[in-house]
Design a protein around this ligand. Structure first.
Ligand code: NAI
Ligand code: 15L
Length: 269
């Protein structure tokens, strides 16, 4: 597989679950993979660079971004919690990242958004990326901010972004909800590759899910990205049903697409 398009590619959130899953896979997409997180995660191997950086620190973010051609931005708070850390990493952090991208001439970003931008749509609805955001959490709200900020940086400065509203990307679906939202690691890599290689992406939003039989998301408006999932949660269905209870249909976590996020918190800062 020969898919290099970028010379130096930056991956933020490299110490996290998806960062670890993508570290080996993204080497095919570039000559040099610059890996970043704010926690120590070891040493660089061949074709890698490591830059430790707190996304809330603009000076550190500018140093992290200097010299890269494109960015896969996974770093930040990835679940619902107190507003303080979300504000620092996901709101201030994404502003710092795009300011650095503008200053250093980066032309394309893949932004790890989340299905929690639209988590207050019901599991009985199929939505596309044109429906209004209905965040289910402070976390989802911060991702909606990232999507809007990236649209501004496209409209004003021409920096292209694909916002990937990732469903649930784990080795396997963990519960019945994830049968609809699951995105395999290989499909995640296929999706990011499509975002990095599609000739023109402008500012686009795409839901990140595998080819699951049950889905709440319609990606027909994002065909220009060229993502074709090859995995499916369907092979896990029987096992997930066998180990989980029948859903309580009065539970908001079962009614809404965001699952448990719709009732998480409030948290003390
Ligand atoms: P994770 O929590 O395992 O990884 C996030 C990484 O960001 C961590 O390594 C953490 O140290 C780093 N980070 C946090 N605050 C930081 C800061 N201030 N400065 C620098 N780095 C910081 O999350 P995961 O699962 O790997 O997700 C990656 C991205 O994808 C996140 O942005 C998450 O919101 C998004 N996403 C993930 C989904 C999934 O199913 N795994 C679903 C939807 C979105
Ligand atoms: C997310 O946005 C989270 O980052 C991830 O940990 C999962 O909870 C996922 O959504 C999900 O909705 O399953």
């Amino acid at each position: 597989m020969t898919i290099k398009v970028h010379d130096r590619l930056l991956l933020t959130g490299a110490a996290g679950g998806l960062g670890k899953a993508l570290r080996g896979r993204l080497k095919a997409n570039c000559t040099t993979l610059r890996l970043s997180d704010w926690t120590d995660f070891g040493t660089a191997t061949d074709g890698e660079e490591i830059v430790l950086c707190d996304l809330a620190d603009p000076v550190a973010v500018h140093a992290m971004v200097e010299g890269v051609d494109a960015i896969v931005h996974l770093g930040g708070v990835s679940v619902e919690g107190p507003f303080g850390p979300i504000l620092q990493a996901n709101i201030l952090g994404v502003y710092n990242l795009y300011e650095a991208a503008r200053k250093h001439g980066v032309k394309r970003v893949v932004f790890a958004s989340s299905n929690h931008v639209t988590g207050f749509y019901r599991q009985s609805e199929t939505i596309n990326a044109d429906v209004p955001a209905r965040p289910d959490s402070l976390y989802g709200l911060s991702k909606a901010f990232g999507e809007d900020l990236s649209r501004f940086y496209f409209d004003r400065y021409g920096i292209e972004t694909v916002c990937v509203r990732i469903g649930s990307s784990f080795p396997e679906p963990r519960d019945r909800r994830m049968l609809a939202t699951w995105l395999s690691y290989d499909d995640l890599h296929r999706l990011i590759t499509a975002c990095l290689t599609s000739p023109v992406v402008g500012h686009s939003i795409i839901f990140g899910m595998s080819d699951n039989a049950v889905t709440w998301w319609d990606n027909s408006r994002a065909q220009h990205i060229g993502f074709k999932p090859q995995d499916s949660s369907d092979i896990f269905r029987d096992a997930v049903y066998a180990r989980t209870d029948a859903p309580d249909l009065s539970d908001p976590a079962v009614q809404f697409q965001g699952g448990g996020f719709v009732k998480a918190g409030p948290f003390a800062d």
